[in-house]
Design a protein around this ligand. Structure first.
Ligand code: SF4
Length: 423
């Protein structure tokens, strides 16, 4: 492993919320990932990473300064720090008023992008640890997604942040069989180590779940593998499993994966080659080949398994300090409705796009939408059907519609899977 430091120009990337992540700001001090997973999307040319992505790791040496500058510019205040380098150091009675003037917070996703922030380099460099300490100083909620149990090194800090606001640390887990896992994720923690880490985090009250992503066709989407992962997730107390299939972008990403299949699973090579023969720029598989191989979307099987085990299909949204509770909660509900309708229940693309549009608008609205009537909602761009979901949540403080939809989605996937069995 080669580790190189450099000065970066930027660190923070704003992002729209989604079922995948409720965070609105992403930061990653690394480029390249020594875990070297064979399906890694980060190796795609579109991310402009270096060629030896899996061997050479670049570290943004000025990441702590960039984060600090960003938080200050946004108007946040290092409330947990004794010396703040502000007037508060000279006039301590200003501390409370300075803290109360900070704007609405959001969850910082430390990681994201395409490099694991707890990869082996972090053991020596400790850059993620420095960023986490800054998040703690500013009392910012944090979220992580990793394949390395090195995150447990920072358990005390995560606990402290979770007590102050919110910390979540989830794991990407795709393969139950350790031999197969080592082929595709050669330098990540083992599957067992990742499950053990989730258990430890959950024991300490940290939020944690599983990203069953990417689910590899013919290998990861087997009943055996899927059941093993869902059952173990339940056993260790994971709060959710987010399940999603494999994309292979044309170029390095696809080439490396196909080479790995050729070497280790030669019988599967013709199937994979055909399944991803369409050269889709986003890496999506060929749906005609998918039908020909009689495959089932892993999200469908995963939804059934999760529903039966009482495992949520995504993480619950945390509402940070200073934000409008109703708006963020209804945004979560709308995202969930859109997800269920787009994957498991026949719905029009128009309806889904209206739901997603409304979620985005409400997420960024400064007014409490629970106080709006249909006319006000229409003015900000929310359609009539979506307004009904909002009114129900405002009145009942829960979405019965969503609960029923989750049940309907379960019944729909059961029917579908049964019909596949019979064919
Ligand atoms: S851990 Fe994530 S970023 Fe690192 S190589 Fe694996 S898939 Fe890529």
């Amino acid at each position: 492993m080669i580790v190189e430091e450099y000065d970066a120009k930027t660190l923070i990337r704003s992002s729209k919320t989604s079922l995948f992540s409720w965070s609105e700001a992403y930061l990653n001090p690394y480029q390249g990932c020594y875990h070297d997973c064979k399906y890694c999307d980060g190796k795609s040319e579109g991310y402009y990473m270096h060629d030896d992505f899996g061997e050479r790791v670049k570290v943004k040496r000025n990441a702590p300064q960039l984060l600090e500058q960003y938080l200050k510019k946004q108007g946040f205040f290092p409330i947990n720090r004794e010396k703040t380098s502000t007037l508060v150091d000279y006039f301590p009675n200003l501390r409370d008023s300075a803290a109360s003037k900070t704007p609405g917070k959001y969850v910082l996703f430390i990681g994201g992008g395409v490099c694991d922030v707890y990869q082996p380099a972090e053991k020596e460099v400790k850059m993620t640890n420095k960023l986490l300490q800054i998040a703690n100083d500013y009392k910012m909620p944090v979220s992580f997604l990793t394949k390395n149990n090195l995150i447990l090194r920072d358990l005390d800090l995560l606990k402290k942040i979770n007590e102050d606001s919110y910390a979540s640390a989830s794991f990407s887990i795709t393969l139950a069989d350790e031999e197969t896992q080592k082929i595709f994720e050669p330098r990540a923690s083992t599957t067992l180590e990742r499950f053990e880490a989730i258990e430890k985090l959950r024991d300490e009250g940290i939020h944690s779940g599983v990203y069953f992503y990417p689910t590899l066709p013919f290998i990861g989407d087997t009943d055996e593998n899927m059941k093993a992962i869902y059952n173990q997730a339940k056993e260790v107390g994971a709060e959710f499993i987010y399940c999603w299939g494999l994309t292979l972008k044309p170029g390095r990403n696809k080439r490396e994966f196909i080479n790995t299949v050729e070497k280790n699973f030669p019988d599967l090579l013709p199937k994979y080659t055909k399944l991803y023969s369409n050269e889709d720029k986003y890496g999506n598989l060929d749906t005609e080949a998918f039908k020909e191989f009689n495959l089932i979307w892993p999200e469908i099987k995963g939804y059934k398994l999760g529903y039966e085990l009482g495992l949520d299909y995504t993480s619950k949204r945390y509402v940070p300090e200073g934000r409008i509770h109703f708006n963020l909660r209804i945004t979560e509900i709308l995202h969930r409705i859109a997800y269920l309708k787009s994957l498991f229940i026949k719905s029009s693309k128009y309806e889904i796009s209206k739901l997603n549009q409304a979620s985005r608008i409400i997420n960024n609205t400064e007014e409490d939408v629970s106080k709006m009537d249909e006319k006000n909602l229409k003015e900000i761009g929310v359609d009539e059907i979506t307004s009904d979901y909002i009114f129900e949540f405002a009145e009942k403080k829960e979405s019965i519609y969503l609960k029923n939809l989750e049940k309907e989605a379960y019944e729909s996937v059961c029917r579908y899977l049964k019909s596949k069995e019979q064919n």
